[in-house]
Design a protein around this ligand. Structure first.
Ligand SMILES: CC(C)(COP(=O)(O)OP(=O)(O)OC[C@H]1O[C@@H](n2cnc3c(N)ncnc32)[C@H](O)[C@@H]1OP(=O)(O)O)[C@@H](O)C(=O)NCCC(=O)NCCS
Length: 187
């Protein structure tokens, strides 16, 4: 089973993906744009991270693959799943820079939203973005209907200074209005 968009498929991470995940885990330019951080990461520690995923149902991580050629282009997550309050945190990253700016990000977020609202019955998704990540703000807020719901000042330390964390979110009603207004799934 996979989660389908119009251009991408979100599928489970397999052992064969570990080399590319290890490469992305050590891509400094990529990690500058992401909220998390870690020290330089060995293939062995990427493997042990992967092995722990199997027993961690509340934190789901997927590979993003193009439908056209099956290229592995990035990762998307659905973590901190809270079934009582029906929310979760979502983030994504296109590790292959050649695939950025071509609508794969939009399709990934649309596919994730359709899945969580149509299939999992969630009420909302949360996300956060470092204030200088304009591409991510353009994607989530500009193209995918998310709202800026808050700002935590001086939260991230990067490039020798502190930056704000922008809190973003979308509700199921926001998503259904967006899908209707844009006709995204009819295109
Ligand atoms: C952020 C990211 C997921 C966006 O995915 P993507 O496939 O490039 O997104 P899309 O092509 O669907 O749309 C991105 C939009 O941002 C715009 N954009 C790109 N760079 C931008 C910038 N520096 N400033 C403003 N807008 C920018 C694009 O023009 C596009 O809008 P448009 O279609 O109206 O022209 C991707 O660039 C990425 O993985 N970056 C590195 C990791 C990362 O930042 N992850 C998100 C962490 S919160």
């Amino acid at each position: 089973m996979s989660i389908l968009g119009l251009k991408v498929r979100l599928r489970a991470i397999e052992e064969t993906d570990l080399p590319v995940l290890h490469q992305w885990a050590n891509d400094a330019d990529l990690w500058t744009m992401l909220g998390g951080w870690h020290f330089p990461k060995s293939l062995a520690s990427t493997r042990s991270w992967f092995e722990k995923l199997r027993s961690d149902a509340a934190n789901q991580r997927f590979i993003i693959e193009t439908l056209e050629a099956g290229d592995v282009i990035g990762t998307a997550n659905l973590v901190s799943l809270d079934w009582k309050n029906r929310n979760a945190f979502h983030g994504m990253s296109l590790g292959s820079s050649a695939f950025r700016g071509k609508g794969y990000g939009q399709d990934t977020v649309m596919a994730m939203m359709r899945y969580v609202f149509d299939e999992l019955g969630l009420e909302r998704l949360d996300g956060d973005i470092i204030s200088y990540n304009e591409a991510s703000l353009a994607l989530y807020v500009g193209k995918c209907g998310w709202t800026i719901e808050g700002r935590q000042r001086r939260w991230h330390y990067r490039k020798g200074q502190f930056w704000d964390k922008i809190l973003v979110g979308i509700t199921r009603d926001d998503y259904y209005a967006l899908a209707k207004d844009t006709g995204y799934w009819a295109s």
